[in-house]
Design a protein around this ligand. Structure first.
Ligand code: CA
Length: 484
């Protein structure tokens, strides 16, 4: 059945296939969190927009576990679309080398191998969001206490390791870009507080960093290179920056984790970052932040921070409103650095577990789907992974336990400068981009499914993948059975 001439190419997607196309619904209306303005923002960064980012590394595994995400109206919707509609313009994703035991068992934590990062990058790009690729040079979690070398690199000298880091970085970037991700920034290392890939000598670390950085520059000179440290209140940041300068390390962004309940005041963070920005001309940003909105737990796995946590300084209400105030303050603290402050990323705002499930069912999911922080198979690599577990951050998410956006998610739409979104201008279903939808588009879609290719225009249900569901939708459309 031919439906040629249905719509012209210039007509926005919302007119094409009612039930499945964008409806241009602006879901942001609540004024939660005050306006934060980066008054002296460097307009050459990120197309002139503050980086308003989130790290949703676990989301593919979380979706597989059965968690559904909704828009503000309670309608099920691709979470990437929801994030974009709320002003998020950057997605961060962690990448581990081989997060599995070599016998087909994932270590969990979202199974963040290169393929997962590529899928997340593609889904982000579909909604115009750039990607920060957080390469951890580890097979599993890397943080200030843990920088375990990947299994296959464990015996290497630093010379050999530097070569492997170059090759691995190139491979990750090629894979993500090939899948359709728009890489805007790359982190070489994660929370590398004088500890990186098993090495603890900061000068040697800089030598290894340089190898990763060169791979990024060789891949694409427009990509920003970030180095990331945890906790600005430790007093060591000035020294890290000084050594990196002595080593003439070629990088752009000095990034920090800033968990407000552990990492000192926002004033201190601003001062520490401003010192580095002023002295070395580097951009600065927050690569991770989070705050709880509830003391409840949604997945039968204890949470990292609640009002009962000892040693956690909780200066805001434990509520969506308190959470929103906290996020606005973090952005403001980066803005207060001046022109070198470029934005912030919220960590894991959607790391939820499905509701109405027994503990045993959950354990099974964590082990088979990798939707929790670790599986039972990670312990040989990670000494802390004594048994599998779920999400210890579901009470710090920006979605409630049922997957509906909290009002705190609206904060991102209040961070300026911000550009209005350009109208989506492609026709869903027009696989061959000739302006009409007909059986040839169906053929092309079928071939793409068989070859496991991805064509944005053919993604009828906008889930970032091409499959049977897309074929069914297009077939129904061609047969005139389109839902309105
Ligand atoms: Ca939990």
């Amino acid at each position: 059945m031919k439906v040629s001439g249905l719509v012209s190419l210039a007509v926005s997607a919302c007119l094409c296939i009612g039930a499945y196309a964008f409806d241009n619904q602006i879901s942001v209306n609540a004024e939660v969190g005050r306006k934060v303005s980066f008054d002296s923002f460097d307009m050459s960064v990120n197309g002139g927009e503050v980086i308003r980012g989130v790290d949703v590394s676990s989301v593919i595994a979380v979706e597989k576990s059965g968690v559904k995400f909704y828009n503000d109206k309670g309608k099920e919707q691709d979470i990437f679309r929801t994030l974009s509609e709320h002003g998020v313009n950057y997605i961060r994703v962690r990448v581990w080398n081989e997060p599995n035991d070599g016998n087909g068992h994932s270590y969990g934590g979202g199974n963040n191998d290169v393929e997962t990062a590529a899928l997340i990058g593609r889904r982000a790009a579909e909604y115009g969001m750039k990607l920060l690729v957080d390469i951890q040079y580890s097979d599993f979690w890397a943080d200030p206490a843990k920088q375990t070398r990947p299994k296959y690199w464990s015996k290497h000298s630093n010379d050999v390791l530097a070569g492997e880091i170059y090759k691995w970085t190139s491979w990750v970037l090629e894979s993500v870009a090939k899948a359709g991700g728009e890489i805007g920034m790359v982190q070489v290392g994660n929370e590398t507080n004088c500890f990186f890939c098993g090495e603890k000598d900061m000068y040697e670390i800089c030598r290894l960093f340089a190898s990763g950085n060169k791979a990024v520059r060789d891949f694409d000179k427009n990509i920003l290179i970030a180095h990331h440290f945890a906790n600005p209140s430790t007093g060591y940041y000035a020294w890290y920056a000084k050594v990196m300068n002595e080593c003439r390390l070629d990088y752009d962004v000095f990034a920090t984790s800033y968990y407000p309940y552990w990492h000192g005041t926002t004033e201190n963070m601003t001062a520490v970052l401003k010192d580095i920005a002023d002295k070395y001309g580097k951009y600065v940003m927050v690569a991770e932040t989070a705050y709880p909105y509830t003391d409840k737990d949604g997945d039968n796995f204890g949470n990292a921070v609640t009002s009962m946590s000892s040693g956690a300084v909780l200066n805001y209400d434990i509520s969506p409103k308190g959470q929103a105030e906290c996020i606005a303050d973090v952005f403001q603290a980066v803005a207060n650095v001046g022109p070198k402050g470029i934005g912030a990323f919220y960590w894991e705002p959607a790391w939820l577990g499905p509701q109405n499930m027994s503990y045993e069912q959950r354990r099974q999911q964590w082990n088979t789907l990798g939707s929790g922080w670790a599986t039972d198979f990670a312990k040989d690599y990670d000494r802390d992974a004594v048994s599998c577990g779920g999400s210890s951050y579901d009470n710090q998410a920006l979605f409630d336990f049922s997957g509906k956006p909290l009002e705190s998610l609206d904060v991102f739409s209040n961070i300026f400068p911000r550009k209005e979104k350009e109208e989506e201008n492609y026709l869903i279903g027009d696989t061959d981009e000739n302006g009409i939808i007909n059986v040839l588009d169906m053929v092309m879609l079928r071939n793409a499914v068989i070859r496991n290719d991805y064509i944005r225009n053919a993604d009828m249900d906008s889930d970032g993948r091409l499959g049977v569901s897309d074929l069914v939708i297009m077939q129904n459309f061609l047969l005139g059975r389109t839902k309105e």
